[in-house]
Design a protein around this ligand. Structure first.
Ligand code: YOG
Length: 135
């Protein structure tokens, strides 16, 4: 039985989101505004099938995938790049690789009780977000 991430999660900490956005090439004005956002994650999971929705007051982003199946991800409304993306289990962690123009790009999710972590990686930058379960 894989871990079950289903639920609603609100951000409580977001160190170095700025560095991650710089690495993605996001312009100053957009970064300034995006730094103020408090993203909410909604996970819909059925075994190895996932929909991860990220909601903010500015933009929303949704990503659907099956574990181990590479897909083309267009990061629409984010940095608008095309990636060949794969997500795998590593024990109960979700480990994502986003192959494309940016080196070392991907993310990892893991849970500890009602706390959800997200490490966002791009080039030499790491942003480690923390979320708390609200539903
Ligand atoms: O999530 O890949 O949970 O898809 C990364 C933002 C700000 C737009 C958010 C809107 C990168 C302006 C998604 C932010 C900054 C700044 C929220 C992270 C880019 C543009 C929609 C992500 C994964 C893992 C699932």
């Amino acid at each position: 039985m894989p871990a079950n991430y289903s639920g609603t999660w609100d951000i409580v900490d977001n160190p170095n989101f700025e560095g991650y956005m710089v690495a993605l090439g996001i312009d100053f004005a957009t970064r300034k505004m995006a730094r103020m956002l408090k993203p909410q994650k909604v996970f819909e999971q059925d075994g190895d099938s996932f929909i991860i929705k990220t909601f903010t007051t500015f933009r929303n982003y949704s990503c659907s995938f099956k574990i181990g199946e590479e897909f083309e991800e267009i990061t629409k409304g984010l940095d608008n790049r095309k990636c060949q993306t794969t997500v795998n289990w590593y024990n109960d962690k979700l480990v994502c690789l986003q192959k494309g123009e940016k080196k070392n790009r991907g993310w990892t999710h893991w849970m500890e009780g009602d706390t959800l972590y997200l490490e966002l990686r791009c080039e030499d930058q790491i942003c480690k977000q923390t979320y708390e379960r609200t539903a």
